[in-house]
Design a protein around this ligand. Structure first.
Ligand code: NAD
Length: 506
């Protein structure tokens, strides 16, 4: 692996480990244009999930640090040029895009170091978000913030109506650890380009994907002080402070449904605008005419590639009873063939879970599934050849009760649960039997039949015959308890705008 950047941690901390590619990231937060530690100097450890070693630290920000960051973002929004000068925003975001692109290999190493995702699949963790910055810079420049909609019938006579789109204000962005650089950028850059100022609170387990972004903004762009702030911390109350503070106008959050509920409650007293991208328990409806040898190995690969730590993964496979045994055999072979191991090995498809806590949660849910009557087809434990690192075997559970915990709760591990069904209607009913509604998939030899089933799934997004719903130009988000609002596409940009309707003569 090569890197054009220097290999030393930018503040104090260990240098790169040339043998593995491990690289420690920036320790400092970015508050009001200044890269700095918390007042007490307290640090918290960052662990590489592939070898369980402490590989560096990040500053352990406090509620007081968060309050300063919010104050800075408020001032920058209320008094600076950011909210009103779209050409300047475009200039700054294009600078950010170029800087991120220059540091791409460094960022890749930092993401693999703190997430443990296989280096072979870092395109969506690194290249895609860097491209997004350029996309939003252009989208926001071209967007019509003032739209004349013509003359309308009004309460007394007629009025011309003009729609004005304004930035919401100070946006708090709270992100999880599974795709941290992507989500830090996906939550922050459309908000920034729409004219908002941002306080980013990255996840405890992956602070560097946030602090590196802060360092690059501070050192390599003209983004003014206070417009973009990053406060990392090992304490949940720092994120809670961001969601409750009256100076914050909007919270955009990606994470678990449980935390989403807490943030909604904290945001309620000040009626903040919220955007929530939450958990999922998506179903893949495999119809009885589907090419199983095509769609099922792909389903297994998707389940393993991020160690199952993907919100949109279809973790419930609904197989027709007429082809049940055939489908189980194909899934078993694919799960058992998945290369699991050192995330720095370019041949590896599945790395470790993010932490021992997450791995124990996965194994506990698998055990509960077996207790509830599911059949363990393969996996279910820790790979014997990988005693160090938080590795989990690719796991297949068949004969799963659709009402059991493993069919209802998000596992966030490389685990597929298989549920048999008899009719298309029954498959739709099982797929919709969930508090979640994030994603889904349908496979059939008949695309029209598959499309018809896709239309009946109560989710925000569906893939038909492997044609992905996901991309920067298409709205993405959840229904039911999987979220509120949409990311990406025109809808995703408008989430970060307020709409004012002006009635006037003309
Ligand atoms: P999490 O909910 O535990 O944490 C997410 C973030 O919230 C972290 O930064 C954390 O510090 C912060 N936080 C925790 N408690 C808080 C509180 N009371 N107030 C404010 N902030 C608080 O989620 P996680 O374990 O980091 O991530 C995994 C979850 O994220 C899964 O449920 C997954 O489905 C979901 N996810 C969803 C999407 C999506 O687009 N729908 C994408 C990726 C991940």
């Amino acid at each position: 692996m090569t890197d054009t950047d220097t290999d030393t941690q930018t503040d104090t901390g260990p240098a790169a480990d040339a043998g593995t590619g491990i690289l420690a990231g920036e320790q400092r937060m970015l508050i009001d244009g200044e890269l700095r530690h918390t007042g007490s100097g307290a640090l918290f450890d960052v662990v590489h999930p592939g070898n369980e070693q402490v590989i560096g630290q990040a500053t352990d920000g406090t509620v007081a640090d968060m309050e300063q960051a919010i104050g800075a973002a408020r001032r920058a929004f209320d008094t600076g040029r950011w909210a009103t000068d779209v050409e300047f925003r475009h200039h700054c975001l294009m600078q950010l895009h170029a800087a991120l692109d220059r540091h791409k290999e460094r960022l890749r190493r930092i993401v693999v170091s703190e997430v443990g995702c296989p280096v072979s699949v870092t395109g969506s963790q690194v290249e895609d978000p860097i491209d997004e910055v350029r996309h939003w810079a252009q989208y926001g420049l071209d967007f019509a913030y003032l739209q004349d909609t013509g003359v309308h019938k009004a309460v007394m006579g007629t009025a011309r109506r003009t729609l004005q789109f304004d930035p919401v204000g100070v946006v708090g962005a709270i992100t999880p650890w599974n795709v941290p650089l992507y989500l830090n950028i996906a939550e922050s850059t459309p908000a920034l380009m729409a004219g908002n100022t941002v306080v980013l609170k990255p996840a405890q387990l992956t602070p560097w994907s946030g602090t590196e972004l802060g360092r690059i903004v501070a050192e390599e762009t003209d983004i003014p002080a206070g417009v973009f702030n990053v406060v990392c911390s090992n304490a949940n109350e720092v994120g809670a402070a961001l969601s409750a503070d009256p100076r914050v106008d909007m919270v955009t959050f990606t994470g678990s449904t449980a935390t989403g509920r807490a943030i909604l409650a904290a945001a309620a007293p000040t009626v903040k605008k919220t955007m929530m991208e939450l958990g999922g328990k998506s179903a893949h409806v495999v119809l009885d005419d589907a090419k199983l040898e095509k769609c099922l190995p792909m389903a297994a690969m998707v389940a393993c590639v991020m160690s199952g730590q993907a919100c949109i993964m279809a973790s419930r496979i609904l197989l027709p009873r007429s082809r049940y045994d055939e489908g189980i055999d194909i899934l078993r072979a694919a799960m058992e063939a998945t290369p699991v191991g050192d995330p720095w090995d370019p041949g590896v498809m599945q790395g470790p879970q993010i932490s021992e806590t997450q791995r124990q949660k996965v194994l506990g849910l698998v055990a509960s599934g077996i207790e509830s009557g599911a059949r363990l087809v393969t996996g279910g434990g820790i790979p014997e050849n990988l005693p160090v690192g938080y590795f989990t075997q690719p796991t297949l559970l068949a004969d799963v009760d659709p009402d059991s915990r493993i069919a209802q709760e998000e596992i966030f591990g490389p685990v597929l649960t298989v549920i048999p069904y008899d009719t298309d209607d029954e498959a739709v009913a099982i797929a919709n039997n969930s508090i979640y509604g994030l994603s889904g998939e349908v496979s059939s030899a008949d695309p029209d039949r598959a499309f018809g089933i896709a239309r009946r799934l109560r989710t925000g997004n569906v893939t038909v015959n492997g044609r992905s719903h996901f991309g920067i130009t298409s709205p993405f988000g959840g229904t039911k308890q999987s979220g509120l609002g949409r990311r990406n596409g025109d809808e995703g940009f408008r989430e970060y705008l307020e709409l004012k309707t002006i009635g006037h003569p003309g």
